[in-house]
Write a protein that binds this ligand. Sequence first.
Ligand code: SAH
Length: 343
Amino acid sequence: MKSIYDYTQEQLIDEFIALGEKKFRATQVFEWLYRQNIQDFHQMSNLSLELREKLISHFQVGPLEIIEKQVSQDGTIKYLLELEDGGLIETVLMVHDYGRSLCVTSQLGCNMGCTFCASGLLKKQRDLTAGEMVNQVLTVMNDTGERISHVVVMGTGEPFDNYQQVMNFIYIINHPKGLAIGARHLTISTCGLCDKIEEYAQEGIQTNLAVSLHAPNDEIRDQLMPINKRYPMDELRKSLQDYIQKTNRRVTFEYILLKGVNDDIIHARQLAHYVKGLNAYVNLIPYNAVDEHGYQQTAPKDVEIFKNELLRLKINVTLRKEHGRDIDGACGQLRAKKVGGSF
Ligand code: SAH
């Protein structure tokens, strides 16, 4: 049975028409689900009993099961959630002064194989549906009783390797009759699938794009991120230039500092050269050590040197605040621990 959360508002209307129902009924249901936050067809009191029964027999509804929950002293909450088929995913809530931001998982496992990342420890089993992503947001909102104001598709998985479902997810949570999370509060993070960046540029939506760069040159990026062999940095830069020109949006480069790998001052200069001329800024990320990988975090004083060199070269740069240091903070760590080698 399909989840009701899989449908964009337009798709739900088509589905209702196919079921012999009036168009406006679909809109009512959409509003119950996302405006009123009702996760039970029985409670949709302006629908006939007959229609409610019909919906129950056609669609799944209701939150995901919370298997484990880790609460950090800084307010970060890490959830381990169970999908219908038993698959386990992580979702992380971060509390900022500007609102509450949810880091959503887009695939069960990941095939990108980045050598520093815990998510890649478990190969991709399948893509998540739009509804499973929507339900991460609903489940956490229900659990905390508070609205989520920002969403980043930065959990396990490569969102552009699951493009259509991720975009449907974005359209569902952005819809003004639904959760109405503003497009500028929505961010998709990619390891750099150029063909999809080009497609994303055509969507005509004001959402944000973050690109996991993590290296200042192809030699290092090849080692860290196998995707670089398919889409090397020059090609990536061209797609981004095109994206920025089409959308007028600013791009964020994510750059994890790895001790002795990509954190030399020479690397800062190469990075500055790469970023120069693009409407982009660099977000430096402290590495969250994953036991299995052997990389280490750059020392704070070296982070400062790296950052100052970028600033000197007039590159916009921010340093990401670490969240949930006291819990299994790194992407995929909680899940990897739970699922172990069985995937
Ligand atoms: N596949 C997408 C989104 C998921 S990864 C992408 O590559 O962007 C989300 C971000 O977390 C990426 O920038 C990724 O490189 C980073 N990341 C992965 N493992 C990490 C770790 N151990 N410490 C810090 N950041 C990590």
